[in-house]
Write a protein that binds this ligand. Structure first.
Ligand code: CMC
Length: 423
């Protein structure tokens, strides 16, 4: 019997099957041969929330959740912080770090595309000023699909490359425009001569950005750029598998990110810290969480059962930012909350540690961002990861349109009863 196989016995029929193991997995479709009789559809796997299903092969991001390891294209996340977000975006897309000339070309190509079509000058005025910035940004992504019909040629590599560059660059401009709308301020156009992240801060705040804050935001963007098959990336892949244009898929992915269990957690953390207000209120809050009255936002992760390596770097970045902006007064609450949670049996038993969102909001707030921008910041950085994963999906011969199955547990066939005959 070949070593790389799994032998299964169906005790319903006493039949034995052999299925191949490749790359540490069996193919779910290999189980379809396991049937009780000819009418049986064949055995399926039941995996709500995809707890143990690999939906793709990928060469982009590696996570070891037990050890707290995160690598992009093999490079540890803490080392990538020595470079820039633009370099990381290149790495995610191309698979290798750029040399100096490649980095300069890539950076220039992004900056050349940072300006959005003219209709966006007024686009966000269609929304109430009170609209959530993330909702406006998401609408902006969908509107890029209307602006760029050429992006529908998803099987053309040159077209994909062009719109990938526009996507990575223009999500920043849309985010800045949406922010300005939410603040009731006029838009600020991109400025020649600034780097990508610098330009973003210029469009947001209309002043010369502090280099320390540019570097801090750059690091935060690197940390958020990709995270393998999370909820929004899986959405990007599922929607992208229908061969729709990338901007429609990005809008869908951003919708998934908006939820408080995913990218919306950074906003929820800050609201939670404001609600707790002071260190004395923490024990009562923790007791409430343990009783199921709410979650400790910014804690826990589906994959990490150890300290999220991104959270560690965010915490270090906070020190650099607070040296410029002054300390966020909620930092003391966050630090004490973390200390108490990490020594509490409830969190220890469930292996709940701070994730990337626990401290990032404190930095964003100190930098002058309103809470409604926090998830947008996550999204603009994640766009490079979403588009890299989309490129990989389109080029993968194993991929078809995504289409999960179900276990139908509803009524068997029955006849329609006219309204007058129903009791
Ligand atoms: N606070 C309190 N209890 C929690 C928390 C939390 N933050 N997270 C999980 N638990 C408990 C949960 O109640 C369950 O307990 P029990 O076994 O007694 O029912 C157990 O831990 C397992 O939780 P789960 O919901 O089955 O775990 P999951 O893998 O489905 O959820 C999660 C992962 C991130 C959605 C969850 O930990 C959570 O809701 N965290 C708070 C929201 C958050 O910070 N999200 C950001 C994630 S990191 C950024 C990103 O990539 O999006």
């Amino acid at each position: 019997m070949p070593a790389d196989t799994l032998t299964l016995t169906d005790n319903r029929t006493a039949k034995t099957y052999e299925v191949a193991i490749k790359d540490g997995a069996i193919k779910a479709t290999d189980l379809r041969q396991i049937k009780v009789d000819a009418d049986d559809f064949g055995l399926m796997t039941y995996d709500p929330a995809f707890m143990n299903t690999a939906a793709c092969k990928s060469r982009i991001t590696f996570i070891d959740g037990d050890k707290g390891i995160l690598n992009y294209r093999g490079y540890p996340i803490d080392q990538l912080g020595e470079g820039s977000y633009v370099e990381t975006a290149y790495l995610l897309l191309h698979g290798e770090l750029p040399n100096a000339a490649q980095l300069a070309d890539f950076s220039a190509a992004l900056l050349a595309r940072v300006e959005v079509p003219a209709f966006f000058d007024n686009f966000f005025h269609a929304f109430e000023q009170s609209a959530h910035t993330m909702s406006m940004w998401m609408a902006g992504l969908a509107a890029l699909s209307a602006a760029y019909p050429g992006a529908r040629k998803v099987l053309d590599p040159a077209s994909r490359h062009e719109y990938t560059l526009r996507g990575i660059a223009q999500v920043l401009t849309l985010a800045a425009y949406a922010h300005r709308r939410a603040q009731g301020l006029p838009i600020v156009k991109p400025k020649a001569g600034l780097g990508l992240v610098e330009n973003f801060l210029h469009m947001l705040f209309d002043r010369e950005p502090d280099p320390v804050l540019v570097k801090a935001l750059d690091v935060l963007f690197i940390l958020h750029a990709d995270h393998e098959q999370n909820c929004s990336t899986s959405t990007m892949r599922l929607v992208g598998s229908s061969q729709v244009d990338p901007f429609t898929a990005l809008a869908a992915a951003s919708g998934a990110l908006f939820g408080p269990l995913h990218g919306g957690a950074n906003e929820a953390v800050l609201k939670m810290l404001r609600h707790i207000e002071s260190v004395e209120n923490i024990p009562a809050f923790i007791e409430g969480v343990k009783k199921g009255e709410g979650r400790l936002m910014g804690f826990g992760h589906r994959v990490y059962k150890n300290y999220d390596p991104r959270a560690r770097i965010v915490k270090q970045t906070a020190d650099a930012v607070f040296a410029v902006t002054g300390k966020n007064p909620l930092l003391d609450v966050a630090v004490e909350l973390e200390r108490i949670a990490l020594s509490d049996e409830y969190f220890i038993k469930r292996r709940l540690y701070p994730n990337v969102d626990f401290y990032s909001g404190l930095i964003y707030e100190a930098m002058g961002f309103p809470v409604e921008m926090f998830t947008v910041l996550f999204g603009v950085a994640r766009t490079s990861g979403w588009l890299s994963q989309w490129e990989e999906l389109i080029c993968d011969d194993d991929q078809k349109i995504g289409r999960p199955r179900q276990l139908y547990l509803g009524e068997a066939r029955r006849d329609y009863v006219p309204l007058e005959n129903r009791g």
